[in-house]
Design a protein. Sequence first.
Length: 203
Amino acid sequence: MATLLHLDSAVFPQGSTSREVTAAFVAAWREQHPDGEVVYRDLAADPLPHLDASAVAAGAADTLRGELAAELTAADAVLIGAPMYNFSIPSTLKAWLDQVIIVGHNAGADGPVAGTPVTVVASRGGSYAPGTPREDFEFVQNYLEKVLTGMLGAEVDFIVPELTLAHSKPEMADLIPLADASRDQAFTAATEKAKALAARLAA
C-alpha cells in the first residue's frame, strides 16, 4: 500500500487553482489506488512555526522536526501545491521545508528521501515561462527544483497552471483563452501523473 503526502499552501481555501489541481491529482490517485493512504497537511490552515535556534540544534530529536521528517520519509510520493506569491513560494511552505530538511538525517543524494517522486503544482497569476517579459522573476520552480533535488535527492516534476488572474483582471482579458488552455492542461497532467504514479507504486 503506497502512501501519498499531500501539502497545500494556498492562502484561500476556495478559488485556488493550485488546490483545485492538487485535488484532481488526489482524486485520480485514489481512483487508481483505492487501498493507498493519503496524508494531508494544509499549511495555510495549520501553519508550522518558523525554524528557531533550539530546533536547529536538536535536529531530528526535536519533536516537530522528527515528526515531519518521519512523515516525509514514509511517503512513497509527495504532492505539493505551491502558488506563486510575490514571485516566490508561500512562507508556510518555506517553513515546512526548513523544518523537514535536516542535514545529517535526511538530506543528501543517498538520504531516505532520495528518488521519491515529488509533483509540484506551481500556479501563478501571470506567465513567467522562458521568453516571457517576466522570465527573470520566476523563483518558484527554480528554488523548489534546487532544494528538493539538491537537498533531498527527490525526483521532481512540475505542473504549471499559468495566467490564473486572467478572468479577474480586465487588463488580462485577451489572455483568457491561454489561461483556460493552461488550466485544462494542468488538470490533464495532474490526472495522468497521479494515475501513472499510483500504478507504478502499486506494482
